[in-house]
Design a protein around this ligand. Structure first.
Ligand code: HPA
Ligand code: ZN
Length: 384
């Protein structure tokens, strides 16, 4: 499939408006668990502007680009950076542009207050969509390499997690992702440096550009993390080089027997042996439909997600990087997947429960959310 067939920004905006116009109250009210969202993927133009104003720093969208002088300029610049297949030759170019924009966004984060506000901004959105529990990715290497201390990052996140639980009824834990395009030594150094903060870290992940960086490269640090009691996951990006082999390694090789979850991994739908393997290993998958609109044709995407679902794989629905995806959060992703796959509200229940079951929350938290999901279903579809 050629990237030229994927939806451009304008069509994605229209799709979002059409989906919201249906006012799907069940999708809104169903209690949710989110397992794949990058906190740095939630840095909107408004947050960039707020943090740079507060810190008295300069705001640029590209490394050597002009300084931006108003919120409107930041919004316009971010709009231009949004991945648009119509402006690109291929998936590789699209991936490169996404990461360039994404990593430049880190620059505005300087203080503990910035990290706190960023996390609270996510929690506030999540609460309006009835997210009850979330495991949030962050990329420590993208911060420490800019001179940010671990305390600044982690104290901001910890305070936000506490406040969100107390005031918004959103519980959370954090997943530390290593940037796979950096060295394995850097991953190990960061792993060790993070151990004092493990009270809020539930798992270890792997993200960033997958080109020539297969899962098994990171065997040593992932094996160590498993021995230390962390849960494990890795990105297998859609349409990336050698994706089928990367999915296989993630499912059954890394850390002795394979990971606890796979992030994305959508291309498994093309290979029955991978579907069988994922089922056999009982690996959960985090699916982020909106982000695939940039890589997949609109008509092919629904059947691929459906295939994983119909095979009985425990897939969950998530938002990934809302600030770069037409401001689409978990609710929009549920609406999209209903539309693309023809899912009804019973399927929504299965997807919502999958997320609970493949999460790494304490069993009492899982039980409470599962019960609440049933209560909401009963409210919309009373039995008697
Ligand atoms: N893939 C890999 N790394 C990422 C992504 C993604 O979709 N989003 C943020 N970091
Ligand atoms: Zn991701």
């Amino acid at each position: 499939m050629g990237i030229e067939e994927a939806l451009g920004v304008g069509l994605r905006e229209k799709l979002k408006d059409d989906l919201l116009a249906a006012d799907d109250k069940f999708a809104l009210h169903v209690p949710k668990v989110e397992l794949h969202v990058h906190i740095e993927g939630t840095i909107t133009a408004e947050l960039r502007w707020k943090f740079t104003q507060r810190n008295g720093t300069k705001l640029r969208i590209a490394k050597n680009g002009p300084e931006l002088k108003s919120l409107a300029e930041v919004q316009a610049a971010m709009d231009l950076l949004r991945p648009d297949p119509s402006r690109m030759e291929n998936n590789k170019e699209e991936t490169f542009q996404f990461f360039e924009a994404y990593f430049e966004g880190f620059e505005c984060l300087k203080t503990k207050e910035d990290y706190f506000d960023l996390a609270m901004h996510y929690f506030e959105h999540a609460a309006t969509m009835n997210v009850r529990y979330v495991e949030i990715f962050w990329d420590p290497q993208g911060h420490t390499t800019r001179g940010i201390s671990w305390n600044v990052m982690m104290d901001g996140f910890r305070e936000a997690s506490k406040q969100a639980e107390e005031e918004l009824n959103v519980k959370s834990a954090w997943i530390m992702c290593f940037l796979r395009d950096l060295s394995t030594e850097s991953a190990m150094e960061h792993y060790k440096a993070a151990l004092p903060y493990r009270d809020i870290i539930v798992g270890i992940g792997l993200d960033s550009n997958e080109m020539d960086r297969p899962p098994t490269l990171f065997e040593e640090v992932f094996s160590l993390a498993r021995r230390d009691g962390f849960k494990l996951t890795m990105h297998c990006d859609v349409g990336s080089q050698n994706t089928h082999e990367h999915i296989r390694q993630a499912a059954c090789v890394v850390a002795g027997k394979g990971l606890d979850r796979i992030d994305h991994g959508l291309n498994a739908a093309e290979k029955q042996d991978l579907i069988d393997l994922i089922l056999k290993q009982d690996v959960g998958m985090t699916i982020c439909p909106w982000s695939y609109l940039r890589h997949e044709t609109y008509v092919e995407l629904g059947p691929k997600i459906r295939q994983l679902y119909d095979a009985g794989i425990k897939i969950s629905i998530n938002s990934d990087d809302p600030a770069y995806m037409e401001d689409c959060w978990i609710l929009h992703n549920f609406l999209l997947v209903k539309h693309l796959c023809g899912f009804d509200d019973k399927d929504v229940i299965v997807l919502a429960k999958n997320a609970v079951n493949i999460s790494w929350a304490k069993s009492v938290v899982k039980q409470d959310i599962l019960e609440e999901i049933d209560v909401v279903y009963e409210r919309f579809y009373p039995t008697q």
